[in-house]
Design a protein around this ligand. Structure first.
Ligand SMILES: Cc1ncc(COP(=O)(O)O)c(C=O)c1O
Length: 389
């Protein structure tokens, strides 16, 4: 394979891609074209949470491929899998989150949520949080905090104010349409909010008539050891953004609200959000599979495996800190160079580790949520072997 994607006529996102050429993937394993087996401790950054090639998902996909693919733009025709995915999602969520708009990606879910908050309130401004990452389309980038990554693309959305995650909420008043927050911040290094802080945020939004948006594109769908991260905090958002693991490996996003709020997108003007592939039957077949599997996850096993990995990582002298919730890990090391060494050694040892975008001196872990205890033991053994002595 060429060194850079650009050399074969494909866009690059980085001058130094890992460039692994994957032949197949099954369960916790990736297999390269040259026959190497690599334990996947990343899951495509939180996508393949139910393991690669999970038959519950692939059977639904095969059936759908044999039935039909795209038949019409979203919002005109209906497919039974799209309806089923929406019903399943509602059945897993609190009553007020009963209406789903399926879209194509996490970033599009965020775009839809921002538009819906504006439409609902008639206001324009947003509160977002330092460390937050919400995607790379212009609206999603506007509410993301990494200034260096935004600089070349300015101007973005106006009227976005950034507050400290877990910090003072004093500034929030009724001039804002919405507050957007990752329930657990991912790219900032698995930053876990205080329960009281999220509850205060909910109360502030209620007081000022602000739409509270939880971005669970990465921390939702089981990653934190509960079906949705907000369940840890006893706080329900007005809009929930999902993506990544929701499609079981097929591209998808979704934003979910009350029916009353979502109606704002179909009227005055109609077609308030249009997306050709939203609710695509193949994508929502993947979602049906993922949501069925979500209900079968063993939360006790996830917690036991997570706690065991955490303990073993913390006991290693090259690891400075671990932050963890469920099977979602931030592992801090001495420096960015040590992290890169570790990721590269991981590939030699047969385990995939990966960087954060915004925290250079730590690596992330987000292994499959349904790995067996034997697989979990093997996974941590390979990770420990990859750490510097
Ligand atoms: C919290 C969060 N929101 C939104 C996104 C954007 O999702 P996508 O890359 O599917 O557009 C991501 C992607 O990493 C994310 O982690």
């Amino acid at each position: 394979m060429a060194k850079r994607f650009l050399d074969i006529g494909l866009a690059d996102t980085t001058p130094h891609p890992l460039n692994l050429e994957i032949d197949s993937a099954e369960g916790v394993w990736l297999e390269t074209v040259d026959g190497r087996k690599i334990f996947d401790a990343i899951c495509g950054v939180g996508v393949s949470s139910f393991g690669h090639g999970n038959k519950v998902i692939t059977d639904l996909l095969h059936t759908q491929v044999d039935s039909c693919l795209h038949t019409m733009v979203y919002g005109e025709f209906i497919n039974k899998r799209t309806a089923e995915a929406g019903e399943l999602l509602s059945s897993l969520l609190p009553d007020q989150l009963n209406t789903t708009y399926f879209v194509n990606s996490g970033a599009e879910a965020v775009e839809g949520a921002l538009k819906l908050a504006k439409k609902h309130t008639g206001r324009r401004k947003f509160v977002a949080f330092n460390g937050g990452y919400h995607g790379n389309t212009s609206g999603a980038l506007s509410v993301s905090s990494n200034a260096e990554r935004k600089a070349p693309f300015m101007p973005l959305l106006e009227g976005v104010d950034f507050l400290e995650f877990n910090g003072s909420l004093f500034q929030i008043d009724d001039s804002y349409a919405g507050v957007i927050v990752e329930t657990v911040q991912g790219d900032a290094g698995v930053r876990i909010p205080d329960k009281a802080w999220l509850q205060e945020l909910r109360a502030k939004c209620d007081e000022a008539g602000i739409v509270l948006i939880f971005d669970e594109v990465q921390c939702g769908i089981g990653r934190t050891g509960k079906a949705f991260a907000f369940e840890h905090y006893g706080v329900v958002p007005d809009i929930l953004c999902l993506g990544k693991a929701l499609g079981g490996g097929v591209p998808i996003g979704a934003f979910v609200s009350s029916r009353e709020m979502m109606e704002g997108l179909s009227d005055n003007p109609k077609l308030g959000h249009i997306t050709t592939f939203g609710g695509n039957p193949l994508a929502t077949s993947g979602a049906v599979g993922a949501l069925r599997l979500l209900t079968d996850l063993d939360w006790n096993r996830i917690e036991t495996q997570g706690a065991s990995w955490e303990k073993q990582l913390l006991a290693h002298n090259s690891v400075k800190t671990v932050r963890r919730i469920g099977l979602y890990f931030y592992v801090e090391m001495e420096s960015a160079d040590v992290v890169t060494e570790t990721v590269m050694k991981g590939l030699d040892e047969g385990v995939l580790l990966f960087w954060f975008l915004s925290v250079p001196n730590a690596f992330r872990l987000s292994p499959p949520l349904n790995m067996s205890d034997d697989e979990a033991e093997l996974g941590i053994e390979l990770i420990l072997k990859s750490l510097p002595l």
